[in-house]
Design a protein around this ligand. Structure first.
Ligand code: SAM
Ligand code: SF4
Length: 471
C-alpha cells in the first residue's frame, strides 16, 4: 500500500515553491495509460469483500459501470497481448457457466443492488467468438439481475466477422458496437497481421453494423509495419466514409511474447516503430478529424461525434465504481481495486467448485490512494473538471496535487483554469506520461485495455513493453 504524507499547498515550503517552478520534458511517449489504479497486488481478503457487499453503498457512489471479459478469440493477432485464448467449444461453455455464476454471487448482494449501473461493456478477447446463445445468456442474466439505469449504454466489442450474434443482442438492450478493423490495407493485413478479410469485406461488415446500430466504434492502429502515410490516410478516409460515431486510434504497441515482438526485435524483420512517425501520424489524425463531425477528441485515443462519447470510458475516468466479471478482469468496488484469476482453470474452479468470488489480487485503498486514483483515472479525459474531488474527499484537489499539476503546466502539457485541467495539444501527445506523473512510483498501474491487464504486461512489467525508437 502506498503511504504518502501530503502538505497543503497553502503552506508550501520553500522547497515546494522551487519544485513548482520545475519543468519536465517527456521524451519517450508512454503508449499505455493506466486503466486501473492502484494496482491490486495483495492477496484477496474474501471475508472483508463479502462483508462490504452486505451493506448499501453511499448515495454519492451509486453511479457505476459493469465490465465483462470474454477471453476467447477465433484467431490470435500477432500484436495482441490481452488475456485471451483460442479454446474449443466445451471450454467456452464451461467459462460461460462460471461467468454467470460469478455474476450471480454479486447480483444478489445489498451493495450491488444499491448501485445505479449506467454503462456495460462486453470486452475481450472477442465476445462474438462465443455463440449467439452464449452471448444472449450472458446479457440476459445481466439485464435481468443488475440495477441497470433506463438509459444504460451497453457496448459489445467484436471482430468484423460473425456479427449476427452481436445483432441478436439488440433484444437485450445492446445499443453500441465496437469492432476492430486495425487497417483496411490488403497488404499490411495479409503480410503483417495475417488477417484474411479484404477491404471490401470489411466495408460490408461495417455496413451490416450500421444497418443495425446507430452508435458504433471502429478501432484502427497506426504505425504498423509498412503502413506508409498513404496507407494511414486511406485507413482514415475509409473509416470516415462509414457512419461510425466513434473512432479509437491506437499507436502500435510492441509487447513481449507476441509474434510481432519476435519479428521486430529478435529477428529484425522490420525496423522498430519510430516515435517521430508515431507522432506525425497522431498529429495528422488530430488535424484531419478536427475538420469532420468526429471532432470530439476526449482522450488521447478516442474521437466521437457530438454526444457519442463512450459513456463507459467517461464514467470510469470520472472514478465511478466498476463491477468487473470474467477471467483477468479488473474492478473497483467499495474503495478496493481487484483482479480476478487470469488462468481459466483457476477462474472456473474458484467460481464453480469452491463457490467463491474468483479474486486473485486486491488493493484496499487508503484515502490517499483513492485521491491518486481520481487523478490518474481522471486525466484520461483531456478536459477534466476537478470540482467533484472536494465532494468525494472533503478537500480541494489543489491541496494535494497543485505542486505536480503546476510542474505539468510549466512544462506546457496542461492548462489549469481554476478547477478545470485541460491538456494542450502538446499535452495530448504526452497524455499518458502526464497521467503517469501523478502516480506513486512504487504502486504501479495496469495498462492498456479498459479492465483487463494485458497478459503478463502492463506498466507493472515495464520490461515487457518494447519501447519504440527515439530519434
Ligand atoms: C483487445 S481488442 C478487443 C476487440 C476485438 N477482439 C478486436 O480485435 O477488435 C481491442 C483493440 O485493441 C487494439 N490492440 C490490441 N493489441 C494492440 C497493440 N499491441 N497495439 C495497438 N493496439 C492494439 C486493437 O485495435 C483491437 O481492436
Ligand atoms: S486484437 Fe482482438 S481479435 Fe486480435 S487477438 Fe487481440 S483480442 Fe483477439
Amino acid at each position: 500500500m502506498a503511504v504518502c504524507i501530503y502538505v497543503p499547498y497553502k503552506t508550501l515550503t520553500l522547497n515546494q515553491e522551487m519544485t513548482m517552478k520545475k519543468k519536465v520534458t517527456f521524451t519517450q511517449r508512454e503508449p499505455i495509460g493506466s486503466s486501473t489504479y492502484p494496482r491490486p497486488n495483495d492477496e484477496p481478503n474474501l471475508d472483508l469483500i463479502n462483508a462490504k457487499l452486505k451493506s448499501s453503498c453511499l448515495e454519492k457512489d451509486r453511479c457505476s459501470t459493469i465490465y465483462v471479459h470474454i477471453p476467447f478469440c477465433n484467431q490470435i493477432c500477432s500484436f495482441c497481448g490481452f488475456n485471451k485464448f483460442v479454446k474449443p467449444k466445451d471450454q467456452k461453455e464451461q467459462y460461460v457457466v462460471s461467468l454467470i455464476e460469478e455474476m450471480r454471487m454479486y447480483a444478489n448482494t445489498t451493495y450491488v443492488q444499491s448501485l445505479d449501473i449506467q454503462a456495460v461493456y462486453l470486452g475481450g478477447g472477442t465476445p462474438n467468438s462465443l455463440s449467439s446463445d452464449q452471448l444472449q445468456r450472458i446479457l440476459n442474466f445481466l439485464t435481468s439481475n443488475f440495477p441497470l439505469s433506463k438509459e444504460c449504454e451497453i457496448t459489445c466489442e467484436s471482430v468484423p466477422t460473425n456479427l449476427d450474434s452481436v445483432v441478436m443482442l439488440k433484444q437485450y438492450g445492446c445499443n453500441r458496437v465496437s469492432t476492430g478493423i486495425q487497417t483496411f490495407n490488403k497488404e499490411v493485413r495479409k503480410e503483417h497481421l495475417k488477417m484474411r478479410q479484404e477491404k471490401e469485406e470489411l466495408i460490408q461488415s461495417i455496413e451490416f453494423i450500421q444497418s443495425n446500430f446507430d452508435n458504433f466504434n471502429l478501432d484502427l492502429i497506426y504505425n504498423l509495419p509498412n503502413q506508409t502515410d498513404e496507407v494511414w490516410f486511406d485507413d482514415m478516409e475509409t473509416a470516415l466514409k462509414t457512419k461510425a460515431t466513434h473512432l479509437t486510434l491506437y499507436p502500435l504497441i510492441l509487447l513481449e511474447n507476441t509474434p510481432f515482438h519476435s519479428d521486430f526485435v529478435k529477428e529484425g524483420k522490420y525496423p522498430i516503430p519510430n516515435q517521430t512517425r508515431e507522432i506525425v501520424f497522431f498529429n495528422w489524425s488530430l488535424d484531419r478529424l478536427k475538420k469532420t463531425d468526429l471532432n470530439h477528441c476526449y482522450t488521447s485515443r478516442d474521437w466521437a461525434k457530438k454526444g457519442k462519447h463512450c459513456r463507459y470510458i467517461c464514467l470510469n475516468a470520472e472514478n465511478n465504481q466498476v463491477l468487473a466479471f470474467g477471467a483477468g478482469a479488473h474492478g473497483y468496488l467499495a474503495g478496493t481495486t481487484y483482479r480476478s484469476h487470469r488462468i481459466l482453470e483457476n477462474y472456473n474452479s474458484e467460481t464453480l467448485d469452491k463457490k467463491r468470488l474468483p479474486l486473485e489480487r486486491q488493493c484496499i485503498c487508503t484515502k490517499y490512494e483513492l485521491m491518486q486514483r481520481y487523478m490518474v483515472m481522471g486525466l484520461r479525459l483531456l478536459k477534466r473538471d476537478m470540482r467533484s474531488f472536494e465532494e468525494k474527499f472533503d478537500i480541494n484537489w489543489k491541496e494535494i496535487f497543485y505542486e505536480k499539476a503546476k510542474v505539468m503546466q510549466n512544462s506546457g502539457y496542461i492548462i489549469i483554469n481554476d478547477d478545470i485541467i485541460e491538456f494542450t495539444k502538446e499535452g495530448n501527445i504526452w497524455a499518458n506520461n502526464v497521467r503517469t506523473y501523478f502516480e506513486e512510483e512504487k504502486s504501479s498501474s495496469v495498462g492498456y485495455t479498459d479492465t483487463v491487464g494485458i497478459g503478463s504486461s502492463g506498466r507493472d512489467h515495464y520490461g515487457s513493453i518494447s519501447r519504440i525508437k527515439k530519434d
